[in-house]
Design a protein around this ligand. Structure first.
Ligand code: DAH
Length: 366
């Protein structure tokens, strides 16, 4: 009897439950406007603790003779729930597509996000420009060590032992393994050492340039402890000052323009005789164009109309002797300049440190 009552109660719950699900079927999914909401609504019916799932768990307690029929009804309801869900899912997808097609068009003219590309540092660019000009004039590009013997940096280039450049206050000496300063090893103070390295390595004729970093104990607005130079030299039988003038005039004109005047002034460097400095017409106030007022006001050349750009001269016989070449047979010319200075002139930069601080805000303006 208790069994029959229990069956009766289960049957009642089952049938009421099923009717309830059926009744709400039509609008069970109506309120759901997103797929997420739909799936949640579905879980309330068919999920592990959903309404219909709960009803199916009553099955063993239903009267045996009705189970088959009731089971079929429950399955039919389950199928209708699934159908309603699918229909609603499809409707949502259609509405989304519709909105996409009728909504505001995708603005394909909107500029994309730019990709910031890297580029060469202004010093590297200047090195390449200078190198290109000398390559076209027939020079080779070679390298020499940044850490060198004082012998190559000073002695073989004719520096007297007490020359200020050899001073500890002026140049960077390296320490020996025992920690003491080694007076024989120095960070090269100029790229002029290329002459020694090349002349010891191969016989004339030679025409070589060497761009690279050099080091001095200087640090102010126009001097940095590390800076860049380019040195060049040529050695052969019969080279004269006319060759030097020809090559350097061609160099300046290729770099700055054919109209730029040049002048040579005597100057002293231990490794050349005669030695000189090359000035070129100021490329900022361009005095050859005849505007004297502009030149008078020019800050770059300080009103002189000239800019000093390099040191040069005929290679001193002591240099040839130091590398075992016969100075009565060979002659040659040499020149050297600060690459930083050329870059600063070309870009109107007033502080050399800007070239070495690598502040992208500055570099991207050049
Ligand atoms: N080495 C010199 C300096 O650092 C520049 C220089 C002058 C280089 C005359 C040369 C030269 O080759 O002939 O100031």
């Amino acid at each position: 009897m208790a069994e029959a009552t229990d069956e009766g109660a289960a049957l009642e719950r089952f049938e009421a439950g099923l009717a309830d699900v059926e009744a709400r079927l039509a609008d069970a999914f109506e309120g759901a406007t997103t797929e997420q909401a739909l799936r949640e609504a579905n879980a309330k019916i068919l999920g592990p603790s959903g309404e219909l799932t709960g009803l199916l768990k009553l099955m063993p307690r239903l009267p045996k003779d009705r189970r088959r029929e009731l089971g079929q009804r429950a399955n039919a309801t389950k199928a209708r729930v699934q159908e309603a869900l699918d229909a609603r899912l499809e409707a949502l997808a259609r509405a989304a597509r519709e909105a996409e097609l009728t909504g505001p068009a995708l603005d394909v003219s909107l500029p994309g996000r730019g990709v910031t590309r890297g580029r060469l540092h202004p010093l590297s660019r200047t090195i390449r420009e200078l190198t290109d000009v000398f390559l076209a004039l027939g020079f080779d590009v070679e390298d020499a060590p940044e850490i060198d013997l004082t012998q190559n940096c000073f002695d073989r280039l004719g520096f007297p032992p007490d020359h200020p450049a050899t001073d500890m206050q002026d140049s960077f000496y390296l320490r020996a393994p025992d920690g003491t300063v080694d007076p024989e090893v120095v960070l090269r103070t100029h790229t002029t050492t290329i002459q020694i390295h090349q002349m010891l390595k191969r016989p004339p004729p030679l025409a070589v340039i060497c761009p690279g970093a050099v080091y001095r104990r200087d640090d102010d607005a126009t001097h940095s402890p590390m800076f860049a130079q380019i040195d060049g030299f040529a050695v052969d039988e019969g080279l004269t000052f006319a060759h030097l003038k020809g090559v350097l005039t061609a160099f300046v004109r290729r770099l700055f323009g054919d109209e730029v005047p040049v002048r040579f002034r005597p100057s002293y460097f231990p490794f050349v005789e005669p030695g000189g400095e090359l000035d070129m017409g100021c490329v900022f106030c361009r005095p050859w164009e005849g505007d004297a007022e502009r030149t008078r006001a020019c800050r770059v050349c300080k009103g002189t109309g000239w800019m000093e750009i390099l040191g040069c001269g005929m290679i001193h016989p002591v240099v040839f002797e130091a590398v075992g070449l016969d100075p009565s047979r060979y002659s040659g010319f040499a020149f050297g300049m600060g690459i930083d200075r050329i870059a600063m002139l070309r870009h109107g930069i007033s502080n050399i440190r800007l070239l070495y601080e690598n502040d992208v805000r500055f570099l991207s303006q050049l």
